[in-house]
Design a protein around this ligand. Sequence first.
Ligand code: ZN
Length: 478
Amino acid sequence: MAEKEFVKEITNMEEDFPRWYTDVILKAELVDYSSVKGCMVIRAYGYEIWERIQAVMDGMFKATGHRNVYFPLFIPESLLNKEKDHVEGFAPEVAWVTKGGDEELEERLCVRPTSETLFSTMYAKWVGSWRDLPMLYNQWCNVVRWEKTTRPFLRTSEFLWQEGHTVHETREESEAETIRMLNVYAEFAEKYLAIPVIKGQKTEKEKFAGAVSTFTIEAMMHDGKALQSGTSHNFGQNFSIPFEIKFQNREGKLEYCWQTSWGASTRLIGAIIMVHGDNRGLVLPPKIAPLQVIMVPVAQHKPGVLEACQGIMDRIKDQYRVKMDDRDNYSVGWKFNEWEMKGVPIRLEIGPKDIQRNQGVLVRRDTGEKSFVSLDRIEEEIGSLLEQIQDNLYQKALQNREERTQSAENIEEFTARLDQKQGFIKALWCGAQKCEEEIKERTGATARCIPFDQEKTEGKCVCCGGSAKHEVVFARAY
Ligand SMILES: [Zn+2]
């Protein structure tokens, strides 16, 4: 009946992955389109995922010594212009405020695309001596980048993120911070989102505008494309010199500070959807799912069913994120479908027969497997199942990445393999931007990163055949 129709509304992912993605985010009620082109409305269920991400990440930032602040949405044009590479990099996508009410502003204000310049002006004011360092701040906010083509969560003109900005006494300390925060992102992605990532450095061409070096975690989506999922930048003194962030060092001399910044955004929600989702909809990793268990009473009009379910709810609700769906205007089948579509890791069914047998039915979202468990041990059973699901999702994602990772010795091989199977291509590169550009032109793949873990560096560049410097992971990317 309604069951089939309901699922049919999602495009098959093997047929058309981008359409599948759009179907899932709309039908699972994560987002809706707004009246402003390129901007999204994040609906309650989508925002609850973001709140989970924020809560965990924020804890990790605080555990590594960072504190939260809030900076203004607007940046005066003169400030944005202070660091040349930075302004050039961001200029094409900056939105400007030119009027306040009826009055023309004396100086245009840009709506922040990122806040290095604002943080730098304040650091210039706040930092006096080496004793003030390091300053480790983060802010959770929105930013605006005027994008031409947009896709909810992956690329929108306004998005939510966090941006960490830190100042240090020495080059070594700023380098260590850059890597420390990259590791925080990697740990978060792997442990909480169940997404395996490759840690590495961006090439000169792909690095952040104004950075000395940019580090990234790169994830593979189910269709084999890459998604940059978090970046950490080492600025050296690129901002401290134009912004005059100076401190008195241990010898009593004035010196410029060393800086970093690092960010992760609502893109991560896009990653969760595209790594774990299937043809029935979302599949959420238990550690990040707003709801871990959905309890669906079966034949709820029969005496004792709702009471028994409520009794179980009372026992487990403090331990797990759980909800009971006792709406009486939907069939049980419809409810099953809806919660599957929304990716809730476990469904718990309890009906009159189960009550007689003192059992519940646990159904895994990731595999569809059913198990009958004694209600006496329901807490433990749920806990262990959530762990198994979390682990299984990670393993499946890792397997997909391994199956879709290939190597190539020359550009013909590169093209043929990538066309045959979308995924990561590991190849040697001479370091020349010309080769990087040619690869992009011929294959559509960009250098995702130079992985920290270099398996092989001796040999010939995949593009020009010259002597290689690095092993690079290339892929088409979102
Ligand atoms: Zn080359």
